[in-house]
Design a protein around this ligand. Structure first.
Ligand SMILES: *[C@@H]1O[C@H](CO)[C@@H](O)[C@H](O)[C@H]1NC(C)=O
Ligand SMILES: *[C@@H]1O[C@H](CO)[C@@H](O)[C@H](O)[C@H]1NC(C)=O
Length: 333
């Protein structure tokens, strides 16, 4: 099969979120905080949370053992048999401590999830805001496992459930039963940690459907790179190693990768995308603000603040700093 892989680098995005990495491990949970642009004249579509009632018997639960959930708004007209699934993002947890903290947030427990959310962007039902998908069945799957929907295990002592893969399966089963099995086209999308999940699960998604269903995937800001930081360390890899090990991710990673590389490497899209058979669209900024701030120049890697000015404003970078960024960009797959 031919892999259709489209890379689109949006150059020049450079805003930095201002998160202070040095303060706590839970910084990762800030990822995917969304900026909502109010749509002016028209009213916002508000969609209630549905908990997956059958999930508990399958052990498909959030970090704290509560039911996972999703928001569904039905398609209509020519989109009635088309589905777009959006996997929510929001960082990862890589230690007992950060996962225990996460249980007290919407990223680890449905107790804390919004009971309804606004559907905007790719989930909007307005043709002018979302011309391609406005009348499709649109779903946002909530993220409450902390390992990009890919973990399997538990920690008795701290009452932590690592059930990302089961949540993924339970959500897909429920949506299939709600009509997705009749889809003539389906798109699996995701942002950030959810964008990584959409890469990890792309072929599994495709395999849910008949051969005749047109299936594609979209990863938005999910191309996390195995980068060397300014101090020569591997901040993101170290964190991913914790996620993969603690949450039992290895068994759910593609064997095409794990037969060749260590499991942590197989949590990086650069080692996965060439084996994905389903058409996939990768959307990522070359200077992804989160990766600049958290992976390339994390505060701990710049104790003297030599990179601070350059990190916040590119016009303050000197020639060797620019070179560092260029080198990183060019090492993208
Ligand atoms: C959702 O929409 C409502 C009604 O338009 C608005 O009041 C609210 O601020 C929105 N919430 C978010 C998180 O954007
Ligand atoms: C650029 O700035 C960094 C950090 O302050 C410094 O180590 C490096 O020597 C500078 N390079 C040049 C070419 O000025």
């Amino acid at each position: 099969m031919i892999m259709k892989l489209v890379l689109l680098w949006v150059l020049g995005l450079w805003s930095v979120s201002g998160i202070d990495l040095s303060r706590s491990e839970s910084f990762l949970s800030y990822l995917d905080e969304e900026v909502t642009v109010s749509p002016g004249s028209t009213t916002t579509l508000i969609v209630p949370l549905t908990l997956i009632q059958g999930a508990a018997s399958k052990g498909a639960v959030c970090l704290d053992g509560t039911l996972p959930g999703y928001h569904l708004h039905r398609g209509f007209g020519s989109g009635a048999n088309s589905w777009v699934i959006h996997l929510e993002g929001g960082g990862w947890c890589n230690t007992i401590r950060s996962c225990v903290f996460r249980k007290t947030t919407r990223r680890g427990s449905s107790k804390f999830m919004e009971k309804s959310i606004n559907f905007t962007g790719i989930l909007s039902n307005k043709a002018e805001e979302n011309p391609d998908f406005y009348n499709w069945n649109r779903v946002r799957v909530r993220y409450c496992d902390g390992a990009s929907f890919a973990g399997e295990g538990q920690n008795e002592a701290n009452k932590l459930y690592f059930r990302g893969q089961r949540i993924w399966l339970a959500a897909m089963e429920e949506l299939m039963a709600k009509g997705m099995q009749n889809a003539n086209q389906a798109l699996l999308s995701g942002c950030s940690a959810g964008g990584l999940a959409s890469i990890l699960h792309c072929d599994e998604f495709k395999n849910l459907f008949l051969e005749t269903t047109k299936v594609k995937c979209l990863s938005d800001a999910g191309l996390f790179l195995d980068a060397t930081d300014v101090a020569g360390g591997h901040t993101l890899r170290d964190m991913y190693e914790g996620v993969v090990t603690l949450q039992g991710v290895q068994k759910n990673l593609p064997s095409t990768c794990t037969s060749q590389k260590d499991p942590t490497s197989c949590f990086f899209p650069q080692n996965l995308v060439s084996n994905v058979k389903t058409p996939m669209f990768l959307l990522n900024a070359a200077y992804d603000a989160w990766q600049v701030d958290q992976s390339l120049i994390p505060s701990l890697a710049d104790p003297h603040g030599l990179w601070r000015a350059c990190k916040t404003d590119r016009s303050h970078c000197n020639s060797s700093q620019i070179q560092f960024f260029q080198g990183t960009k060019c090492s993208m797959p």
